[in-house]
Design a protein around this ligand. Sequence first.
Ligand SMILES: [Zn+2]
Length: 308
Amino acid sequence: MHTLRIFLAVWMLSLINPALALTLKPQRVAPGVYALVGEVDGRTYDNEGMNATTGFVVTTAGVVVIDSGSSYRVGKQIHDAIRHVTQQPVKYVINTGGQDHRWLGNSYFVTLGVPIIGHEKMRADAEERGVMQIQSLQGELKEKLDGTRVVLPTQTFATRHRLRLGTTDFELIFTAPAHTPGDILVWLPQTRTVFSGDIVFADRLLGVWPFSNVAGWIASFDALAALKPEHIVPGHGGVCDLAQARRETRDYLALLRDHMKRAIDAGEDLQTALATLDQSAYSNLANFDLLSGGNASRAYLEAEAAAF
Ligand SMILES: [Zn+2]
């Protein structure tokens, strides 16, 4: 009887909190610096579109959220995760790029009345694609998308933006359009930690999309490398070091760029350029089968456009 009661209690609890639901567990990266590491595969109802890595920084004067998540609900869950670490209030939200999971949670954080900071190109990108991003999440997320709307950054900048909260320094650095047009780095010099947003993908293959720029992405990565970070909180995948980030992001982008430039210089058409590209060194990364073909085509088109 006792066992049955426990079974029933666990079963009822599972109705309220299904085992497959999104869990955001803060992972300590450095003093005061936390990552929220999401899944590396696609956007699903269970992961609430949060197939990305974000985080937050606890200072002596409040919390800075770095990327607000894929929906109103996820934004609220990020705040709940923060409350497991500190009772300090959220003082700023930073959006590191224009992809859905970087900023749609602004619709929650705006209810706290905090400033939201992003690059001016990120703001324009979000304004242009926001409604479409919400519509394309609708099919998977259904009612979990309730409350999500386009809420743009309230503060923008063009190249660099410095921020000091309590005794913690933040440098927001824009180099060039990368995975999305307004991708930035958030550099914490005191702990030598960088939140890279979608400038670094770890553990999974990155995606080159029509709004991406391979050459600018490599330049943005090089700006990150020049910081000599000790800890990288990537846009996707687990917290990593520079060697892993270089291997799984820069080296792959350089392979695409160099191969396609050579192909264009040799007058090869798209078909030939695709057929002679060997991406197998990256086939161990998640999403390889899904993304490698499209990445190659888009890199060719970019190289072709650059040649004229
Ligand atoms: Zn992303």
